[in-house]
Design a protein around this ligand. Sequence first.
Ligand code: NAD
Ligand code: ZN
Ligand code: ZN
Length: 353
Amino acid sequence: MQTMKALRLLDWKSDPQIVEVDRPTPGPGQALVRIGGAGACHSDLHLMHEFEGGVLPWGPPFTLGHENAGWVEELGPDTEASGVSVGSAVAVYGPWGCGQCAMCRAGVETYCEHPELAPVPGGGGGLGADGGMAEFMLVPAVRQLVPLPEGLDPAHAAPLTDAALTPYHAVKRSWAKLPPDAWAVVIGVGGLGHMAVQILKATTSARIIAVDTREEARSMALDMGADAAVVPGDSAAEEIKTMTGGLGADVVLDFVGVDATLALSAAVVRVLGDLTVVGIGGGSYPLSFFSIPYEASVQTTYWGSRPELAEVLLLAARGLITPKVSTFGLDEAPRVYEDLAAGKIDGRAVIVP
Ligand code: NAD
Ligand code: ZN
Ligand code: ZN
């Protein structure tokens, strides 16, 4: 058996370790992908430092990395009809469902109705099952491979599978509330937020207000097409209200999800608007008749669908959205997560094993 290096989370409340593991062999319907890029997501920091046994239906040990792209190295038996061939450049659709239920058949494996039949209930590669922070990754069903359009390399495609797919799904569900004179607010311009700004710009004509504690993130948002950047704090809600003619924003996307950002979101969302919580910061906000504007819709969103991933890849291949990527070797991955926790990463850090 050949071995390879992998960055693994071995226990809850621990730092991940680089260890030697067996290189997997694809079984029937499966594929082995040689990883060309694995993005470092802030969710991994929540997994390492905040979660404990019993919260999620899966747990360590597993290899991290749930934003992956690479090349098909090997195909198992019964994969002939899949349309992918050895050597193809592919993005890996990360949420793995049962493949049989109505949600999975529509490509919405995030909301699989029979998670008990999935490879990992409610998880995927890098989330309970072994992910892409290794030389190779086993993908349990070839349907999870989405071919890369011409012009996209795996290191730049990797963050598209989550850092772009997740905000794309969140923005797309609010398209109807983003007519030409609309305002959108993006809170947290990190890996997901810097793609949210670009996705809003590429798919709507809304004016965009970006909010981030870090000056580098605010200036990156302006570079990427945001119309204004606001420092969070006591006067932020007032500033946003003034910019939006006193009415508030049609759509507010919170990519942080702590008490302060939820309160800001509720303070600036408009009557009939959308307040979408994407960040897993663990905060809360009291919901009552008078605590949000009339008919504002509040929702969480989780990741995105496989058809939406194909749409995101096409947007990127046309140059309409471009993740800001910095690449690192697998040995540097533990330090990359420290930097991510310290707010020292602009855009997305991608591990190239
Ligand atoms: P990141 O660390 O790259 O970016 C977070 C950004 O938020 C940084 O720019 C930071 O400066 C900013 N920020 C932090 N606190 C802030 C505050 N109080 N006000 C304003 N800005 C603040 O993280 P990421 O990888 O983009 O992930 C963002 C969040 O989304 C995380 O909680 C992550 O777990 C979550 N996430 C959710 C999904 C989903 O499907 N719902 C998918 C992926 C990630
Ligand atoms: Zn993620
Ligand atoms: Zn299913």
